[in-house]
Design a protein around this ligand. Structure first.
Ligand code: M6R
Length: 614
């Protein structure tokens, strides 16, 4: 949440900062601001709205400066107004600060600072931090780095901050706890951001700051990293695994559409080197070391949020069906506050595209504290969850920028399927025949996904034209397709703002069926196999109450087709892989409805791509 970016060096800072904000805008787009160091003063430009609004606001103004900081905000404390936009200033306007995270004890700190005579311009928790730093700096008469460190010892909460000061024009001070900070190295220059996408254009040499670390970025000097206890800590320079083309639209109108169409490739990437049809091998390098522990686990507990939680629900079926180990799937945000019972022989699996979701990270820390083995299924390499877990597997889906998660979901399910298969084989819970069939089906999966993308587009657009004018939509599925229904509904509501609910189809008669009339479109995922016959009856029940049926069916289906107002056909595959294939038309449906409703699909209101606040 919130994007922070900083630059210090010999180039003009403004274009670098603005480009950085544009690349990170998916992290928040309520307001934006930039602070530039110009001879003896810091110039701040900020406004509510998007980065484009900030650029318009800066037009014709003096935006020179070889160092600066910039911020794109996802509002937590205080409305998205000009005043609440970052950067925030010290009272003498000599120090500016940007912040990603939440200062939880901001009320107490604010009251104490008001007593000391500090005046607040904004309602943000961040302004408290800058005045706290200023107060310590003045009273203790110590240098700014030490003032920042001491201030942070008083802070409860999370932060990724960058501090810019008139008195030390050659230095940026950076710190993190719970919010990501990546430092990039150039020649006599430093870049810093909450997200690698803001740096990739300029450097591949990076350092990931750890929690409670403070870094001093001085032009022409080596990087210095200290911990919150004022001890110097070593840092290792890593190579950024990202290319520029991965984070550009590549001719598509929206990132979401590009990412939907990338799925044949992203799924293949998730399997690369892990699946070998000829040798009939499924292996996930990242977890081999822990396989014995996994095989003797009492239970798997999956923690995740949003779409990643839905991938976890699919995995529950996969692990229980294939590996015969009990699985619980929990919203990370509930799990972390529930004092859950976790045994040392439990295995906790955290799923997260960004690897930065605050609740999932907290669930990981809790599970580690309780002695469980914790694995991560993350997309972003080097992310906080990937680093906090004992081991794990990257999904390798490539950079996902659209706020609505699409290719990350199908890659998560792919990797979880590989994991389940490999464990099932080692545990001798799967027959060789089924194992071989699954490997063959996985090998063919990218082709099937491509086929769906090529074949359903026109029908999906027809459905979108019909659906766009409704205020409510129900999504129904059973068994493996129940998480698909939840995911389809989440996609629609988050980008089109049409109210949508996913439901297990048989639960309809326990309440929601009361909602059904001719004004309620019902999307039913009713593919062959599994509970097909049962769901046909559920569709009859909806139909009898004049509900409109939009069905996702297996090619060649007759029964459901006869009951449906619209039919989207997908090719047949193993039942366990249907969630991957069936979710594709639902992603497209949400996309087209949102576009037809004139919504900003890549940056839906009130949302941000990575949720680094709880
Ligand atoms: O980065 P994560 O996978 O941890 O993110 C979890 C959710 O915030 C995310 O899936 C969210 O629900 C998406 N906007 C859904 O499209």
């Amino acid at each position: 949440m919130c994007g922070i970016v900083g630059y210090i060096g010999n180039k003009e800072a403004y274009p670098i900062l603005i480009k950085g904000l544009q690349r990170m805008e998916y992290r928040g787009y309520d307001s934006a601001g930039v602070a530039l160091l110009q001879s003896k003063e810091i110039k701040v430009f900020k406004c509510s709205g998007k980065v484009a609004d900030l650029e318009a606001h800066c037009q014709g103004k003096d935006i020179s400066g070889k160092s600066g900081i910039a911020h794109t905000r996802w509002a937590t404390h205080g409305e998205p107004t000009d005043v609440n936009a970052h950067p925030h200033f010290s009272s003498d306007r000599k120090i500016a600060l940007i912040h990603n995270g939440i200062i939880e004890n901001h009320i107490a700190l604010r009251q104490a600072l008001i007593k000391e005579g500090y005046m607040f311009e904004s309602e943000t928790d961040t302004e408290v931090l800058i005045h706290l730093i200023e107060d310590i700096h003045k009273k203790e008469n110590i240098d700014l780095v030490e003032s920042v460190r001491l201030a942070l010892t008083q802070v409860v909460g999370t932060y990724g901050i960058i501090v810019l000061s008139v008195d030390d024009p050659n230095t940026l001070i950076v710190a993190r706890k719970g919010s990501p900070v990546i430092i990039g190295f150039g020649k006599d220059e430093y870049y810093v951001a909450s997200d690698a996408s803001a740096l990739v254009e300029y450097t591949k040499k990076v350092v990931y700051l750890n929690d409670e670390e403070i870094a001093v970025l001085s032009k022409g000097n080596d990087l210095v990293v200290k911990n919150i206890h004022n001890e110097t800590v070593p840092h290792s320079i890593q190579k950024l695994q990202m290319t520029l083309s991965q984070i550009e639209k590549g001719g598509y109108e929206h990132f979401m559409l590009k990412e939907i169409y990338e799925q044949p490739t992203s799924i293949a990437e998730s399997m690369r080197g892990r699946l070998n049809l000829k040798k009939e091998i499924v292996a996930l390098g990242g977890i081999t070391e822990y396989e014995d522990k996994l095989l003797s686990a009492r239970r798997f507990i999956i923690v995740a949020c949003g779409t990643s939680y839905h991938a976890g629900l699919v995995a529950e079926h996969l692990f229980e069906d294939l590996v015969r180990i009990p699985v619980e799937v929990e919203y990370a945000s509930e799990f972390r506050y529930r004092n859950p019972i976790i045994y040392e022989d439990d295995v906790v699996i955290a799923i997260s595209q960004s690897g930065e979701t605050a609740d999932t990270l907290a669930a990981v820390e809790l599970a580690k504290k309780k002695g469980a083995l914790v694995l991560g299924i993350c997309n972003v390499v080097g992310s906080s969850i990937a680093r906090a877990t004992h081991a794990g597997s990257y999904t390798h889906a490539g950079f996902e920028i659209g706020v609505a998660s699409t290719k990350a979901f199908t890659s998560q399910v792919t990797v979880l399927t590989l994991m389940a298969l490999s464990l099932a084989m080692r545990k001798e819970k799967i027959q060789r025949k089924q194992y071989t069939q699954m490997i063959a089906a996985l090998e063919d999966l990218p082709n099937k996904v491509k086929y769906v993308l090529d074949s359903v587009n026109a029908t999906v657009q027809e459905v979108a034209i019909y659906m766009k004018d409704f205020s409510n939509v129900l999504y129904l599925g059973r068994n493996y397709n129940y998480p698909v229904a939840l995911e389809g509904a989440l996609k629609l509501k988050e980008i089109s703002y049409i109210h949508a609910e996913g439901y297990p189809a048989a639960e309809m008669k326990h309440g929601p069926i009361a909602l059904i009339d001719e004004n309620m479109p019902v999307v039913v995922i009713a593919t062959k196999k599994g509970t097909y016959k049962k769901i046909v009856s559920n569709i009859e029940e909806v139909k009898a109450r004049k509900g409109k049926i939009i069905s996702i069916v297996t090619e060649g289906d007759v029964d459901v087709k006869n009951l449906s107002d619209f039919v989207i056909e997908i090719p047949e595959t193993e039942e366990m892989l249907v969630p991957i294939i069936a979710s594709i038309p639902l992603q497209l449906l949400a996309y087209y409805v949102a576009v037809m409703c004139g919504k900003n699909v890549d940056k839906p209101r009130n949302l941000a791509k990575s949720v680094t606040v709880e």
